[in-house]
Design a protein around this ligand. Structure first.
Ligand code: 5GP
Length: 201
């Protein structure tokens, strides 16, 4: 047999406590993996400096967000830091059917719901900072104020408590190494026999 083999796409979920370097890892992954597409979430939180609607998030009011829940347009959603975040359903279903892979930057609640909604399609990776102090340092460098840092540290502890629900745990000591490990996980997941539509069941 020659040529590319038909394969079902997969959902690569990256979750992490704030400040673990998840955004850097997902940026590097997207740059290195042309066949991996980022799922753009909907959120009720205000845009940060430099964030654009439709690029980083779809920024929506609370009533507009809740209307999407009502209409069944979200694959999963959760309250995080007092704001709502959710994953639009249609782009994910279309990508998986086309055999494309989707990257999700969501929290543990989203990961849990996604696994339930798409059994067999989800590969969960939890990114850990090597040391607790690194979390605070990275949050400071990002310019969050003191209250925000304290709140996010508490949320970080809560997020870490769910690390065991993920398939893999990658410690982000050196960014390039962490990216290489996540890419290796992605390559292996793509090769799983269950995703090869051309193989006899
Ligand atoms: P931030 O406000 O810093 O962009 O994101 C805060 C947290 O919300 C992060 O942990 C991020 O992964 C999570 N998050 C972003 N989008 C979604 C989503 O669509 N669903 C869920 N469950 N969490 C999300």
């Amino acid at each position: 047999m020659t040529g590319p083999k038909p394969r079902r796409g997969l959902c690569l979920v990256l979750a992490a406590p704030s400040g673990a370097g998840k955004t850097s890892i997902s940026r590097a992954l997207l740059a290195a993996e042309p066949d991996l597409h980022l799922s753009i979430s909907v959120t009720t939180r205000a845009p940060r400096a430099g964030e654009q609607d439709g690029v980083h998030y779809f920024f929506r009011t609370r009533p507009a967000f809740d209307a999407m829940i009502e209409a069944g347009e979200l694959l999963e959603w959760a309250d995080v830091f007092g704001q709502r975040y959710g994953t639009p359903r249609a782009p994910v279903a279309a990508a998986l059917a086309r055999g494309e892979d989707v990257l999700f930057d969501i929290d543990w609640q989203g990961h849990r719901q996604l696994r339930a909604a798409l059994p067999g399609d989800v590969v969960g990776v939890f990114i850990m900072p090597p040391r607790r102090e690194d979390l605070v340092a990275r949050l400071r460098a990002r310019g969050d104020d003191r209250d925000e840092i304290a709140r996010r540290m508490a949320e970080a502890e809560a997020e870490i408590a769910h690390a065991g629900e993920f398939d893999y745990c990658v410690v982000n000591e050196v960014l390039a190494d962490a990216v290489a490990t996540v890419r290796a996980i992605l390559q292996a997941a793509r090769a799983a026999t269950a995703r090869q539509l051309w193989l006899a069941p």
